[in-house]
Write a protein that binds this ligand. Sequence first.
Ligand SMILES: [Zn+2]
Length: 164
Amino acid sequence: MAVRPILLYPDPVLKTSAASVSPGDPAIARIIQDMLDTLQASLGVALAAPQIGCSVQIIVVDVSRKKGKTGHGLVVLLNPRIRHQEQERIIREGCLSVPDYTGNVLRYELAVVEGFSPEGTPVTLTTSGFEALAFQHELDHLNGMLFLDRIQSLDTDLFRRKQS
Ligand SMILES: [Zn+2]
C-alpha cells in the first residue's frame, strides 16, 4: 500500500497505450491498491494506472469524492471499453497529470462502459453526466491520450489555472 507520485505531462508513459491485464493476477492487486491510495490522497475523482507509472489497463473512478455527485460510487475496472456513447457536449476538463491547465473538449453525456472487476467478473455500467465524463477521460489515459490531445484550438480552448 502506497501513495505514488502522479506522473505529469509530458511524461512518455502518459503517451503510451496501456497493456491489457489478466483479472486475478496477484501483481495487479498491488497496483490497484496503490491507485486507490493515490486517489484517496489526491483532489481528483479518478485515476488511470499509467498516471502512477504502470502502463496497464486499470482505472479507478469514484465521483462520490466530489460534493453532490454519486454515480456508481467507487468502481475499479480492468480492460475497460466504451461500448456506446451519445449526446455530444463540450466540457471544461482538467487532469491530475496536467495540473496547471484546463481545456474545452468534446465528450458525451451518456456512456455505456464495460470491462472486468478485479476478480474477473464482466461489468457493464451505464453512466451519465459527470461520471460519464470521468470514464471517458480515464479511458483516454489507457490509449495514451490526454485532454490536451482533444483540444481543437490552443488559442481559445486551453486555460491556465489561477495560481493558488
Ligand atoms: Zn487525467
